[in-house]
Design a protein around this ligand. Structure first.
Ligand code: NAP
Length: 230
């Protein structure tokens, strides 16, 4: 039996880098994308040690590059596609402090780019055994969970992403592709900061277990396997 194959974006640091490590350790092939392979030292070292890890340069908001890469890899199937790349935008966006241009950029990366990526790579997932797509969302995008307000930019980008994920789960079901949203916990990364509650190892151990277990398409999962209300 051939090894399962993961395709992942934003793989040079944080949660994405840990995903590459853990899936490769579990004997998966990994196609890992990052914006700038020249500075992705740790990811590059992993690929040097393991020929099953292939690196690709990809800015997810460069839609021509996304199309070109999908074309370059048209004969490759991906059992699992993880849209991990994301940005927070300016910290402390509040009612009195809203950077509209930054909001547009966060929407581009967190909401529009995942849909464009999945659109381009749906044939590669449809051709696989696994047929799964997982998208890193955030509990901060859950309307039901919003008790503290503010954070307009990041919250709204992930709420809109959740709606994209739900529609994709319906639209791709005829091809038997499952699509889920994930919350990784509050993780100590560049985005999560030093006060995060868990490290990348704990987060990704949980996320990997969710992504490789039985799941319900169109649902929103925490890293511990529990479901989150939209
Ligand atoms: N950390 C948390 O507590 C937390 C909580 C909830 C959800 N999340 C979500 O989990 C995902 C990963 O977060 P993280 O904590 O690992 O963040 P991180 O450490 O800031 O890493 C973000 C990754 O996304 C990449 N990226 C950003 N914009 C990109 C673009 N236009 N094209 C390609 N790659 C791009 C970054 O690449 P560069 O190095 O080139 O910038 C980096 O590899 C994000 O979607 C985030 O929203 C994180």
């Amino acid at each position: 039996m051939s090894k399962p194959h993961l395709f992942i974006t934003g793989a040079n640091r944080g949660i994405g880098l840990e995903m590459v490590k853990q899936f490769a350790q579990s004997n998966w092939k990994v196609s890992a994308c990052c914006r700038n392979p020249a500075t992705a030292t740790e990811l590059f070292a992993l690929a040097q040690e393991n020929t099953d890890i292939k690196l690709y340069a990809l800015d997810v908001t460069d839609y021509q590059a996304v199309t070109n890469l999908a074309d370059e890899l048209k004969d490759v199937s991906f059992d699992l596609l993880i849209n991990n790349a994301g940005i927070y935008g300016p910290k402390g966006s509040s009612l009195d402090n809203l950077d509209i241009e930054a909001w547009r950029q966060v929407f581009e990366t967190n909401t529009i780019a995942p849909l464009k990526l999945i659109q381009a790579f749906t044939p590669h997932v449809a051709a696989s055994e696994g047929k799964r797509i997982a998208v890193l969302s955030s509990k901060m995008g859950s309307i039901s969970d919003n008790q503290s307000g503010s954070a307009y930019i990041y919250r709204s980008s992930k709420t809109a992403l959740n709606q994209v994920i739900k529609s994709l789960s319906i639209d791709l079901s005829p091809q038997r592709i499952q699509v889920i949203a994930l919350h990784p916990g509050w993780v100590r990364t560049e985005m999560g900061g030093p006060n995060g509650l868990i490290d990348t190892t704990e987060s990704v151990t949980g996320l990997k277990s969710v992504m490789t277990s039985e799941i319900k398409t169109g649902h929103f999962y925490n890293y511990d396997g529990s479901e989150i209300a939209w």
